[in-house]
Design a protein around this ligand. Structure first.
Ligand SMILES: *Cc1c(COP(=O)(O)O)cnc(C)c1O
Length: 429
């Protein structure tokens, strides 16, 4: 479930009227619910803790899903760790209060400077994706007089995900070392002074709504742990990644309950029983996805003989998912439509000069007019974090709600900030 609901004819985030946020902060604006984030984190954490009784289950929130400072601080306060994919994310995680001892560094292309920063900060674990990175990490850590704990991210050749662009676990994808290679790399790493290999990691994709693909990949991982141990290697940690999906298409009264989380945890518990490994998890979308909406205002109507365009003030630079993945977002008008109100099929589009700047085509909505507010639901994950300033549009504001309070956790970018960082070359006046 989430904490966006109609009250007396208007859409609220927890106890805050979205019209008030639009009035005070302007539109477009992302609005996040603390209660939803907390609920999802607690549910997930409790379910994962049940997978290996007596052993810690490490939950590293994948912060690329939503790296707003207010969201990060909310999760850090709940005791979450952070899964990061760049030096910038490590720096922001530290600034938000995640201890270095709970930070994991993933990603296919870590630069030497980034590895040095991570080692120096004393992070928990580097997830190594190539042999070159193994050598580089060992060299960097040795130079700093440290031995960095790390795991190998393995490509299980089982891909899954809501769209080809978010599938990562197939051998055709760029992620991870192959099953064949990992034996040799494990043996090589044993003699390296700068790294201590602690185990394995896997992450097969995103927006996965069935446990079957996870089960197939995790079965291979368990067998790999056993095979490596039989060769005499220590495998103490198994990081199972993220990727659990969320419902984007749901009726208003749907309970986004823990069903899938429980099925997933049950599968993991059964599969890993007796393995005696510390499990790690890296959820992103599941924690923040339906904890956020993008609030936008209708600018213009553009009726055509065959269809009607609804032009809103948000665009593909603010919410990329529809343009990039053909993703679906529910649209809820902020003023609750009357029961049985007549609907119109709208193409909802943004102001950007690309036809791809279309959020949806032929969507049945109650009649709208310029000035009306609508909300793109389930926009908390891969929304603001993927936004850009394309068309010289300032990054939009982000707001965090808690009960009847709200705070601007990222002000709308100013035009000075947007334009002022460019420099003219000296040969032009
Ligand atoms: C993106 C990513 C995640 C999180 O994926 P979700 O689908 O948002 O849960 C976890 N681990 C790694 C390595 C990632 O790249």
């Amino acid at each position: 479930m989430h904490h966006f609901a109609y009250r007396d004819g208007a859409l609220f985030a927890e106890d805050v009227d979205l019209r008030e946020i639009a009035d005070k902060v302007g539109t477009p604006v992302y609005v996040y619910s603390s209660a939803t984030i907390e609920r999802h984190y607690r549910l997930y954490e409790a379910a994962m803790a049940s997978t290996a009784p007596g052993k810690p289950a490490h939950v590293f929130y994948a912060m690329k899903a939503n790296s707003n400072l207010g969201v990060l601080k909310t999760l850090a306060a709940l005791g979450a760790g952070a899964d990061t994919v760049s030096e910038g994310e490590i720096r922001k995680a530290l600034a938000a209060g995640f201890p270095a001892s709970k930070i994991v560094f993933s990603g296919v292309g870590k630069a030497e400077s980034e590895l040095a920063f991570a080692v120096e900060a004393g992070i928990y674990q580097v997830n190594i994706e190539t042999e070159g990175e193994l050598d580089l990490l060992s060299k960097v850590a040795q130079r700093l007089g440290k031995r960095q704990e790390a795991v190998f991210r393995v490509n299980p050749d089982i891909g899954a995900g809501g769209h080809a662009k978010i599938t990562t676990g197939s051998s055709a994808n760029k992620f991870g070392v192959s099953f064949e290679e990992v034996h040799r790399l494990y043996a090589r790493a044993a003699n390296m002074a700068g790294v201590r290999i602690m185990g394995l990691a896997v992450h097969i994709g995103s927006q996965i709504r069935e446990v079957d693909a996870f089960e197939a990949a995790y079965t291979k991982m368990r067998d790999l742990v056993l095979a490596l141990r039989a060769e005499g290697h220590r495998v103490d940690r198994l990081d199972l990644g993220g990727g659990l999906g969320i419902p984007y298409e749901v009726p208003k009264d749907f309970d986004h309950g823990p069903g899938l989380i429980e099925a997933y945890a049950g599968m993991v518990a059964k599969l890993m029983q007796g393995l005696d490994a510390e499990l790690g998890f890296e959820p992103g979308r599941l924690i923040v996805g339906n904890a956020g909406i993008l609030l936008t205002k209708v600018l213009h109507l553009n009726p055509r003989p065959t269809k009607e365009f609804l032009v809103v003030d948000a665009a593909m630079n603010d919410l990329m998912r529809p343009a990039m993945y053909e993703a679906y977002h529910e649209i809820w008008p902020v003023a609750e439509p009357a029961e049985g109100a007549k609907t119109i099929a709208y193409d909802v589009v943004g102001p950007i000069c690309e036809s791809g700047d279309t959020f949806t085509a032929g969507r049945e909505l109650s009649a709208l007019k310029p000035g009306d507010l609508i909300a793109f639901m389930t926009a908390g994950a891969y929304g603001a974090s993927m936004s850009s300033t394309y068309n010289q549009r300032p990054l939009v504001a982000e707001v965090l709600v808690k009960g009847d309070k709200f705070a601007v956790t990222r002000p709308r970018q100013t035009y000075e900030e947007l334009i002022g960082t460019d420099r003219a070359p000296p040969w032009l006046p």
